[in-house]
Design a protein around this ligand. Structure first.
Ligand code: BGC
Length: 695
């Protein structure tokens, strides 16, 4: 963040030993002063975008005006889930789901900071990211943008990204809330009971706002319980602004996200984007007619102004464009792809490939040499280059190994002969922007979770020709593999791996790094293991269970469970201990586990803690992720890993009394390396308490 006049006030205030309250008071005083100098027209004008500013190289930044005569700066926005979309040549990172699979919030904080810095360099100050909707079903076309299916994991990643972005700009967690169907996204009404809403669909927004300090939130297109999210009294006024005490601003999703002047203004929407439709003139008239009190306008303007000053938007940006795709940011994109790729299968140690022991390999499939960085929706970026898997592999093996490239998905007899002659075959396949993405400007939702007949045949033909067939899969969500999985030796899920993905894939294939990604979503064997996905009806119901909570409840065995991922080494977890065996509301209990690398190479493991509620009197998930930590270990190395769980995180939402409550229960805590591999357990007795603060 830049040092602004406000920063100077802060420093001066601290030097004079003033309290934080005084600092905050100074800011609020300044905000009030500015508002008192604005006329109604100026205030209302700030509540709607006024178009876009084209950049010299073709990008677009969305603008929401300030008040020039008073030196109040505008908001200048770009999309950002996988990179700053407005800037041609900005870094394209792996998509959110790939980064979620790293289970490394610190890497995500650095990515947020890199995007924030690149946005600053092109004159922007609000990044329309992160996307943090739960991946309720892998058919969702925008699955790739979010971090995963679990609230705790989503919260940790969201907080990290928001903090990183806000080192340079304002972050904008989206889409609030229950937004996880594309094809009906503008009209669908999601009925969701209050407990599911509070425990499953909202906690990561709460974390992004309260822990991450997000200065803004974007409301979703869909409606929730009969009211569009851009004018949803419960979501905006009650939960976000009252219960959580959010002091930032809410902006609408673009063009189709607002529906009525009074509904939006009276229920808490502060900024309509990207242009006035229900705000602007209609809002001005509504104030003149007495339908919207001026205090409502003042509140919205105050929220925006507060953040403009807090984040120094009135100061010139550091416009040094050399940060765009700088070496540092490209290295980070590669690191993120290495850390987020998930090794799903590795029979007979087919991977890693030993360059010294290979003479020729075949790299096949349309995607082998195709840039494949994600969908064509609002998160689409314009990287200056993309390292494809083929290029990464060629760079890694140099002249030491002959690489036969077959760039088609349909093999002829000559191709088969080439595969038969190879020491190993690498099939690069998966999904593309033609299979999944944002609706209207992308492919929308997926109806089938498989790869389609042609790509399945490609894999099977390759496996029939060569018994060392390795599949590198790209895509933004779960893919079913039953038709071909047992035919191949190894599967590496690389997601949409960003512009440095080819290098990252090669790093993993040839053992320069050991895979350490873990699935942040369940990979089912088929649709029958999942809740229904309905992208046709305009009324759907979301309940408490999806993802691992759903397969656990039904006792089904997914293809690959939540939290799963292999490595080139092996780990052993031991000695789960808790700092206390009894705890009460407000306590933080520290759990620790010994992790030992029992294999021959360095690697990283993610220790995961899940809580079960054996005697609970209320409906609960079979188990819930409540903590995790990733640890890197050399061969034979052991480290004690500590994971803290705030006891209040074990509370449930008591709908009848509208409070969070802790049950007086013996909780079981299970530790291990995936949701279905939990060899260690201990117990924690918690005293009943209500209400408890979960934020
Ligand atoms: C998307 C948002 C995006 C906005 C601006 C909308 O269609 O849903 O995620 O930020 O467009 O591009």
């Amino acid at each position: 963040m830049k040092l602004t006049w406000l920063g100077l006030i802060l420093v001066a205030a601290l030097a004079a030993c003033s309290s934080n309250a005084t600092v905050g008071d100074d800011l609020e005083k300044r905000v009030d002063e500015l508002i008192s100098q604005m006329n109604l027209e100026e205030k209302v004008a700030q509540m709607a975008g006024n178009g876009a500013m084209p950049l010299p190289d073709g990008g677009l930044l969305w603008i929401a005006p300030g008040v020039e005569r008073l030196g109040v700066p505008p908001f200048v926005m770009s999309d950002g889930p996988r990179g700053v979309t407005a800037a041609a040549g900005a870094t394209t990172f792996p998509v959110g789901l790939a980064r979620g699979a790293s289970w490394e919030p610190e890497v995500e904080r650095r990515i947020g900071a890199a995007m924030g810095r690149e946005l600053e360099a092109i004159g922007g100050n609000v990044l329309l990211a992160p996307t943090i909707n739960n991946l309720r079903h892998p058919s969702w076309g925008r699955s790739q943008e979010t971090y995963g299916e679990d609230v705790h994991h989503l919260s940790r990643m969201a907080v990290a990204f928001v903090r990183g972005v806000q080192e340079h700009a304002i972050a904008n967690p989206k889409h609030y809330a229950a937004n996880s169907i594309e094809d009906t996204r503008f009209d669908v009404d999601v009925t969701v009971d209050e407990r599911s809403l509070r425990e499953i669909y909202l906690p990561h927004f709460r974390a992004a706002v309260l822990e991450g300090g997000a200065a803004s939130v974007m409301s979703a297109y869909n409606s929730v319980n009969g009211q569009f999210c851009g004018e949803n009294e419960h979501l905006l006024k009650q939960v976000l602004k009252t219960d959580w005490g959010f002091d930032g601003f809410v902006l609408s999703d673009f063009v189709f996200g607002t529906h009525s002047t009074l509904g939006s203004a009276l229920n808490g929407l502060d900024l309509e984007m990207p242009a006035p439709q229900v705000y602007g003139e209609p809002l001005l008239s509504a104030v003149h007619d007495g339908d919207v009190p001026e205090s409502v306008i003042d509140d919205a303007v105050r929220r925006m102004l507060r953040k403009k000053l807090e984040y120094g938007l009135d100061q010139p940006n550091d416009l040094d464009r050399s940060v765009l795709a700088s070496d540092e940011h490209l290295a980070l994109a590669r690191e993120a792809s290495v850390k987020g790729s998930v090794l799903l299968r590795n029979e007979s140690s087919a991977l890693p490939l030993d360059v010294g022991a290979l003479e020729r390999i075949a790299v096949i499939g349309v995607l082998a040499d195709t840039p494949n960085t994600g969908d064509t929706g609002s998160s689409d970026t314009e990287p200056a280059f993309v390292i494809t898997p083929l290029q990464g592999i060629q760079d890694a093996v140099g002249d030491e190994v002959a690489v036969d490239h077959i760039g088609t998905d349909v093999l002829d007899p000559e191709d088969i002969a080439t595969l038969e002659a190879a020491d190993a075959v690498i099939v690069v396949t998966g999904l593309t922007a033609e299979d999944e993405g944002e609706s209207l400007i992308g492919a929308g939702d997926r109806v089938d979770l498989g790869l389609g007949a042609e790509r399945v045949k490609l894999i099977r033909d390759a496996a029939a020709a060569n018994d060392r067939t390795i599949v590198v899969l790209e895509g933004g969500s779960a893919i079913t593999m039953g038709e071909w999985l047992s035919d191949v030796e190894a599967v590496l899920m690389a997601w949409y791996p960003g512009q440095m993905g080819g290098h990252a894939i090669a790093d993993l294939l040839f053992g320069d790094a050991s895979p350490s990604g873990k699935l942040p979503i369940t990979f089912p064997t088929g649709l029958d293991q999942l809740p229904a996905f309905d992208n046709e009806s305009l009324e759907v119901t979301y309940d408490y269970f999806h993802g691992y909570r759903y397969v656990d409840r039904n006792d089904s065995v997914p293809e690959f469970p939540f939290g799963f991922g292999l490595s080139y080494t092996t780990f052993r977890v031991d000695n789960l201990r808790a700092s206390e065996s009894e705890a009460r509301a407000g306590d933080v209990v520290r759990f620790s586990v010994d992790v030992r690398n029992t294999g021959l190479v360095a690697g990283a493991e993610v220790v995961q803690l899940y809580v079960t509620y054996p005697e609970s009197a209320v409906m609960r998930s079979e188990r819930e992720l409540k903590g995790f930590a990733k640890v890197t270990l050399g061969p034979d190395e052991t480290q004690r890993v500590e994971i803290a769980i705030p006891v209040n995180d074990l509370a449930y939402y008591d709908v009848a009394e509208s409070v969070w409550a802790l049950e007086g229960l013996v909780h079981e805590i299970h530790a291990g390396t995936s949701s279905r591999d939990l060899p260690l357990s201990t117990t924690l007795s918690v005293a009943a308490a209500r209400p408890v603060l979960v934020y």
